[in-house]
Ligand binder design. Structure first.
Ligand code: SF4
Length: 272
């Protein structure tokens, strides 16, 4: 697998201020992967064309859903691919349950989170920073009178179990950000994943307890990111390496033997 380096690996590692669910998920899986993905910005140019096609189709579906919500004619876009057509039909026949309220598409929400720096870091301007900006972009958000609902469109081949979705940082960060930046209580929030291939929904409720534990974990991870000096690889034979695009670079071979990758982003999306 050939890696393209958008920035040379020799380029000095630059600090990151905006933190998304992708940063958090990858940080928890492998710090070396975090380094390659976000600090050195390595990418795979033509290594996995099928994945790129799938991603493009997925993003076209998001565009279609956005245009549909705006009342635009989506017939031309839907007819550009049989999959888009079938997903649109699935949504029209079996949409997820939705609350009533103000409806927002592709809604971006941010939160500045201060980081407590150690004495060592605060005295050294080369290390550490005072805050991170947590960022989420919601596919669809409905703000009701006493409830708010986040909706996310998934074009994965298979439905992903609720327990896996619940522990993923997309769910944790999106609910945490909404609870912190609005007057809703955590119990008034929920997140619905809708799977276009099966038209099935998975609903994740939220609670004050989960909000508090997410906040503690977030502060811990952000402090780790802020103070990191080295980015170790996972131990040899770690199953997460099997699905990692950097496995050649890390000398981890190319076997894909693990039954299910731990990162949702690594679970195959639709086959065209
Ligand atoms: S191959 Fe393994 S060690 Fe290397 S970046 Fe990927 S997950 Fe980390």
């Amino acid at each position: 697998m050939v890696l393209q380096e958008r920035k040379s690996a020799m380029t000095a590692i630059s600090p990151i201020t905006s933190i998304s669910q992708g940063h958090l998920n990858i940080w928890e899986i492998c710090r070396r992967k975090y380094q390659y993905s976000f600090l050195e910005e390595l990418s795979l140019p033509e290594a996995d064309l099928q994945s790129k096609k799938n991603l493009l189709l997925g993003s076209n579906f998001h565009l279609l859903m956005q245009q549909k919500e705006l009342g635009l004619d989506v017939a031309v876009l839907a007819s550009s691919d049989p999959k888009l057509q079938s997903w649109l039909l699935a949504f029209e026949h079996q949409p997820p349950a939705m609350i009533t309220g103000d409806r927002l598409c592709e809604h971006r929400r941010t939160l500045e989170m201060p980081i407590k720096m150690s004495l060592h870091h605060s005295q050294n301007s080369d290390y550490g920073q005072g805050y991170f900006v947590l960022t989420a972009i919601y596919d669809f958000l409905i703000l009701g009178d006493r409830q708010a609902q986040i909706l996310d469109w998934k074009t994965h081949q298979v439905e992903i179990a609720a327990e896996k979705l619940k522990t993923n940082w997309q769910t944790r960060l999106y609910l945490y950000l909404l609870a912190t930046t609005t007057s809703y209580t955590p119990e008034q929030l929920s997140m619905t994943y809708w799977f276009a291939n099966t038209a099935e929904s998975v609903i994740i409720p939220y609670s004050q307890e989960e909000y508090m534990s997410t906040e503690i974990k977030l502060k811990q991870i952000l402090a780790e990111i802020n103070q990191a000096i080295d980015y170790p690889k996972l131990p040899l034979h770690s199953s997460d390496c099997n699905y990692c695009e950097f496995r050649d670079r890390c000398d981890r071979g190319n076997l894909l033997t693990s039954p299910i990758p731990s990162n949702i982003a690594d679970i195959p999306e639709i086959t065209i």
